[in-house]
Write a protein that binds this ligand. Structure first.
Ligand code: NAD
Ligand code: TDX
Length: 335
């Protein structure tokens, strides 16, 4: 019997993580004949780019749709009748949310509500919400488990926490078949060069320095994007409906150490660092306990931090033109 793949709709599939997920699904379906049942919905904001999916073009259906537009979402659901929805679409950058929170509340909260309601109307069997470690807020010692309290500290984190709570409320009130995933900081190929590692690479490729906020002692738990996608795919297939799963990376590192490692991998002087004004309300440290997903599904991050940085830098050297095409937008953001 040929294997049957359920129809999967991926929102934000032209973004950094969504596109990696679409490519993983397509790669895992190589033995399947005929049209693949993958549907991508993306508004193609500044962060969305179909170039990320060029290598798998024609292997999925694409709709340029805003998740906040109920009519458009309805028409996609009516036509495609997805069985599973994996929801990545969001405004995802903390600095932009501090500059202006409006679109974050609209897309991340209202957009999620519109999607959930469409899922309920069209009988979607599983809804996977990609939340974030930022919902828990900062911590100095230990690690956050899935039942930790929410204490988000910036407008982006608040918008993601609100949508996360909304999903939880629908699970409780209507037995809505959702699973929530909270990954730590992702990095890797095709990340928009507004985030720390991809921005650092771009600045060095331009002959500049890596900008470090404050004293550079803030800590992030870096997760290579392909590791994260393996985790999301495993949870989508075998995770328990109604549950929450953390996905934390291996590499917990102070930003200053991350910058130095990155400079070493890039083969440039460790002096290529510039201390700049700190981010408002900058969370000191994020760290997730991922023992639940390891216990239940055997997932753990596998790509070491140096290995992941090497893969990311190799990719960047081959895609300089793409990275540099984002410079006008980045220079406007960080002027
Ligand atoms: P990204 O900014 O690279 O991509 C977001 C995608 O969503 C883009 O393609 C964009 O066009 C699309 N989008 C935005 N608004 C939309 C709208 N109104 N309608 C339809 N599409 C819209 O983000 P990413 O880094 O790939 O993150 C994906 C998801 O994972 C987000 O929900 C984010 O909160 C979450 N997350 C990201 C990280 C990380 O480190 N990048 C970590 C944890 C969780
Ligand atoms: O230029 C910079 N200099 C710097 O020191 C930038 C852009 C960032 N930083 C610091 C701030 C953070 O401590 O680096 C760290 C990482 O910053 P970002 O890459 O902006 O990520 P972060 O704010 O931690 O949020 C990320 O992880 C959680 C993602 O952007 C979110 O989408 C995700 O939910």
């Amino acid at each position: 019997m040929p294997k049957r793949i359920p129809k999967i709709l991926i929102t934000g599939g032209a973004g950094f993580m969504g596109s990696a997920f679409v490519k993983l699904l397509i790669k895992g379906s190589f033995s399947v004949q005929g049209e693949l049942p993958f549907v991508v919905v993306d508004r193609l904001t500044y962060a969305g780019d179909l170039k990320r999916l060029e290598s798998v073009r024609r292997k999925f259906k694409f709709y340029k749709v805003d998740i906040c537009n109920k009519r458009q979402i309805d028409s996609v659901f009516k036509k495609e009748k997805p069985e599973i929805v994996v929801h990545f679409a969001a405004e995802s950058h903390v600095d932009r949310s501090i500059n202006d929170a409006q679109v974050f509340i609209k897309t991340n909260v209202k957009g999620t509500q519109i999607l959930i309601d469409a899922c309920r109307r069209y009988g979607v069997k599983k809804f996977v919400y990609i939340s974030t470690d930022e919902v828990y807020g900062k911590l100095v010692h230990g690690k956050f488990k899935e039942n930790a309290c929410f204490k988000p500290n910036n407008p982006y984190a608040v918008s993601k926490a609100t949508a996360d709570l909304l999903v939880q409320a629908y699970v409780k009130a209507y037995k809505f078949p959702a699973i929530i995933i909270r990954p730590s900081n992702n990095y890797g190929p095709w990340q928009y060069p507004e985030k720390f590692i991809s921005l650092g690479i771009l600045r060095v490729l331009e002959g500049g320095k890596i900008p470090l906020y404050g004293d550079g002692k803030n800590i992030r738990q870096w997760l290579y994007v392909d590791d994260c996608m393996r985790g999301i795919a495993a949870i989508m297939r075998k995770g328990r409906v109604g549950e929450v799963y953390n996905l934390g990376g291996i590499g917990e590192s102070r930003n200053i150490d991350t910058a130095k490692l990155l400079l070493k991998v890039l083969g440039v002087s460790p002096e290529q660092i510039e201390f700049v004004q700190d981010r408002l309300g900058h969370d000191i440290r994020y760290s997730l306990d991922s023992s639940k997903v390891y216990r239940e599904l055997g997932w753990k991050a596998q790509v070491g931090f140096i290995q992941g940085l090497k893969l990311t830098v190799d990719w960047a050297l081959q895609h300089q033109r793409w990275l540099k095409s984002k410079l006008p937008d980045i220079n406007k953001l960080y002027k």
